[in-house]
Design a binder for this molecule. Structure first.
Ligand SMILES: *Cc1c(COP(=O)(O)O)cnc(C)c1O
Length: 508
């Protein structure tokens, strides 16, 4: 026996695993609604939300979760969020319309991201909370709002660490100008507090940002303002891999192959963001997030329990509570983790001149990943109904290639670059036309963040899969309705609760 081939085993939620293992369940859904398809699992989303709430409940009496809609266009997730009583973070007129259509009232909607004139006017009219990105926006709100409009506003801050460049948010050193606008327009603008959002998975960076925002709260009081919200954004990581050691071994073999050692493992001249020079592989690959093993809720717990030096070692959660601050967060991928997969069909298998095997699918790369990324999780192959060996021995023998085979998955577009995997994937045996290929955990930013309608092909259909009363039910994403009693949304922040800022070690 030789060593098993390099592999990137996927972590799967048990509910998703059970659905994929149910005989013909996936094939039946596809034959009923069409292929390829994105499958979303709202119950997994709801479970993720439960784990976030459990962590928050342990440390805080007052918090608000705003689901970051941009992680997925799924209406089923938005309905699940609404039904569960949380808030939503939207970043476009279309996401706003989806949220309103799914039942969110303005007091549970927060709008982030860059907003142009037209969108800004719409937001002021709707009465949603505006998370302000820049001074132009703030000035424009002050100009457009009626005298007593009291437009609820958060200030998004950035530039906490020197050398950390972000295109978003108000740089820390422009804050005086923002305070001046807010003080001059109290009737028009209701200043709720400070926000940030970091893409990084670095907890220390997040804690420095929290600390800087707490200092801003104190400064704001000096300007006669009374902020009550601290919004720490999203960025809570996903866990893709089921086996960190095998992941590391795969990456090791891939790096070796880039140096010309062992079997080639990359399509064309791909180096995945590595820089190959002087007989060594340098740098951080584009796929580094797939190596993560720390769950979102552990990251959140770490932030909440981090001691703050400037506050006598009291934790982030304690300082927020002491100061009667409402703690907000905007998880996107953390809520969607493991709540979606993408299924395609094998059209044909071909061998090219150098012997490389290509498995051609009825899907394009942008339906499972943005082009500049590389999904480092092995897809699963489910035998197609037509090719499942019959119980008699002759048919079993028909499955010719029974040894592991290293392949690349190719897309349906007439473009050289439409390779779904640019890294080699080993399958237990060569697939056949009609087999189904499942890409795990594509719910967040994989399935529809970058999908285009190239060659006039529509994107895959989106279906919601639910387990109810002992069986799976599949419907169109847009038709999904959560079951059970709806949660009562928490009351909104603007109830004029007089904050008595508990001054900390630094207090005057
Ligand atoms: C994208 C985004 C989020 C969600 O980020 P995740 O990494 O998916 O948690 C939250 N807030 C803002 C402002 C964003 O742009």
């Amino acid at each position: 026996m030789t060593a098993p081939p390099p592999a990137l085993p996927a972590k799967l939620h048990p509910l998703v695993r059970t659905f994929l293992d149910s005989p013909d369940a996936v094939a039946q859904a596809l034959s009923r609604f069409g292929a390829p398809a994105h499958l979303v699992f709202p119950q997994v989303y709801a479970e993720n939300l439960g784990t976030f709430r459990a962590v928050l409940d342990r440390h805080l009496s007052s918090y608000r979760i705003c689901y970051a809609h941009k992680a997925n266009q799924s209406r089923a997730f938005v309905r699940t969020a609404e039904h569960a009583g949380i808030a939503i973070d939207v970043a476009s007129p279309q996401e706003l319309a989806c949220a309103i259509g799914a039942g969110f009232g303005p007091t549970r909607i927060e709008v982030t991201g860059p907003k142009g004139e037209v969108f800004l006017r719409e937001l002021i009219d709707c009465g949603v909370t505006i998370n302000v990105d820049n001074l132009w926006e703030l000035h424009r709100i002050a100009e457009l709002a009626g005298d007593d409009a009291g437009v609820p506003v958060l200030l998004r801050i950035s530039g906490f660490d020197a050398g950390q460049v972000s295109r978003f948010g108000l740089p820390l050193n422009h804050i005086r100008r923002a305070f001046d606008v807010l003080s001059a327009h109290r009737g028009r603008i209701t200043f709720l507090g400070f926000a940030f959002h970091l893409d990084s998975g670095d907890t220390a960076e997040r804690i420095r940002a929290v600390d800087a925002c707490l200092a801003l709260v104190e400064q704001a009081y000096g300007h006669g303002l009374t902020p009550t919200v601290l919004n720490i954004g999203g960025g809570f990581r996903q866990v893709f891999t089921a086996d960190a050691d095998r992941f590391d071994a795969y990456v090791h073999a891939l790096r070796e192959s880039l140096l010309g050692r062992g079997e080639s493992m990359s399509w064309g001249s791909n180096t995945f963001g590595y820089h190959v020079a002087d007989g060594a592989v340098h740098g951080i690959p584009v796929f580094h997030k797939y190596a993560n093993t720390i769950p979102a809720t552990t990251m959140l717990d770490d932030v909440l329990t981090a001691p703050l030096e400037r506050h006598g070692g009291r934790t982030v959660a304690e300082v927020a509570s002491d100061n009667l601050l409402d703690f907000w967060l905007e998880p996107g991928k953390g809520l969607v983790d493991h709540a979606g997969v993408t299924v395609a069909k094998v059209e044909f298998v071909k061998e090219i001149a150098d012997g490389t095997v290509l498995v051609n699918l009825d899907l394009s790369r942008d339906s499972v990943t943005p082009a500049d990324q590389e999904v480092m999780v092995d897809p699963l192959v489910l035998p197609g109904t037509a090719h499942r060996p019959a119980p008699d021995a002759g048919a079993v023998a028909a499955r010719a290639e029974s040894a592991p085979v290293g392949v690349y998955f190719a897309g349906r577009l007439c473009l050289e670059r439409d390779l779904i995997t640019n890294h080699k994937v080993w399958l237990a045996h060569g697939p056949s036309p009609g087999d189904l290929v499942v890409f795990p955990n594509t719910g967040a930013y994989h399935m529809d963040l970058s999908a285009a309608t190239a060659s006039m092909r529509p994107p895959p259909i989106k279906l919601a899969v639910t387990h109810r009363a002992g069986s799976f039910q599949v419907c169109r994403d847009g038709d999904y309705e959560p079951s059970g009693p709806a949660a009562i949304p928490p009351q909104r922040h603007s109830a004029p609760r007089q904050p008595v800022p508990h001054r900390t070690a630094e207090a005057p």
